[in-house]
Design a protein around this ligand. Structure first.
Ligand code: ZN
Ligand code: ZN
Length: 330
């Protein structure tokens, strides 16, 4: 196990999003005690997975663990998850540090299996250039590798897919796109009262574009909302990957069922970069959404050829195969 360690400060967060307690607590990650939250340690082998959203980190623990009472109090009801808000802009570092230890543990377990079968020489790993997690690539022979910890894509020489730090699967529409934090401000009258709502969402340009178009005129009535709409417009115009210029528009058309026009835009991008994993994935998803599962299957298969372990495409293919098998047995 690595000897690296990281000290950080945090709050526990409850289901209502409240910080507990109000003062900051101390945390630490290291190879000996695992994840230490205040004076209580959670061994790395007891952690199942870690998710990050902005400065929030959800630590999913293995179920039925015997935790100290102080930690049990902070486990979210009916789950085995702890939610913490990391201070000082350290959330990415905290998640990466946990993932580094967790991935090394998983790699050691996988290596032991190969050794037990007398095939230890086949075992291969690579370190993710972004989060430094160890990825088992024994069964991967593609040009690109997907980091299941930080969700970045890189090649065998540890070079990132260009601009891929800005792009990922959108949590709202499930398409591959550039993700940014967009302010969503709505103003309306309800029960003779002026109501406003404000949210910050980490979404793709397509979803932001949809929201902007739906709300620009509504917000224009209440002038105070306009700067937020303009700011969204500014974020939308920020330069992304030049080979994927039409991506947000193509995704929007596909999502609206206009596959004829979306097809033209996806094809135009394919002329520039026919081996782009995100583009092929979206092309497949667009056909799937527009009732062309066979075409979709071809694009998802191309994604897997280029990046054997690309989880978003693998998940869809598994569902596709399962439903086709079920249909043929009916
Ligand atoms: Zn990574
Ligand atoms: Zn989206």
């Amino acid at each position: 196990m690595p000897s690296s360690y990281l000290n950080f400060r945090f709050h526990f967060i409850d289901l209502a999003g409240r910080a507990k307690p109000l003062f900051l607590l101390n945390g630490r990650i290291d190879g000996e005690s695992g994840l230490r939250l205040t004076e209580h340690s959670i061994p790395i082998e007891d952690i199942k997975q870690v998710y990050k959203y902005q400065d929030l980190i959800a630590i999913i623990l293995k179920p039925y663990l015997a935790l100290p009472k102080k930690l049990v109090e902070n486990v979210l009801p009916e789950t085995s998850a702890l939610l913490i808000k990391v201070a000082d802009g350290f959330a990415f570092n905290v998640k990466s540090a946990i993932d580094q230890h967790l991935s090394r543990l998983h790699a050691a377990q996988a290596k032991a299996k190969w050794e037990a079968e007398g095939k230890a020489s086949l075992f291969r790993t690579i370190s993710c250039p972004v989060c430094e997690a160890i990825i088992d690539i024994t069964a991967i022979c593609s040009e690109w590798i997907y980091c299941c910890y930080c969700e970045n894509i890189f090649n065998q020489y540890q070079q990132l897919l260009p601009k891929s730090e800005q792009y990922n699967i959108c949590p709202r529409c499930q398409y591959y796109g550039r993700l940014q934090v967009y302010p969503e401000v709505k103003f309306f009258f309800w029960n003779r009262r002026f109501i406003s709502s404000f949210e910050e969402n980490y979404i793709c340009d397509t979803c932001a574009m949809r929201f902007y178009k739906e709300n620009i005129w509504k917000n224009a009535i209440f002038l105070v909302g306009l700067p937020f709409s303009w700011y969204s417009k500014y974020l939308l115009t920020k330069e992304g990957d030049p080979t994927l210029t039409e991506m947000a528009q193509a995704n929007r058309l596909a999502q609206e069922g206009n596959m004829k026009e979306a097809d033209v835009l996806y094809s135009t991008m394919m002329l520039r970069n026919e081996r782009h994993i995100g583009l092929l994935y979206n092309y497949g998803l667009a056909w799937l959404q527009n009732d062309e599962p066979k075409k979709a299957f071809q694009y998802f298969s191309s994604v897997i050829e280029l990046c054997n372990n690309y989880r978003p495409a693998r998940q869809i293919l598994e569902i596709y195969k399962k439903t086709t098998i079920e249909k043929t047995h009916l």
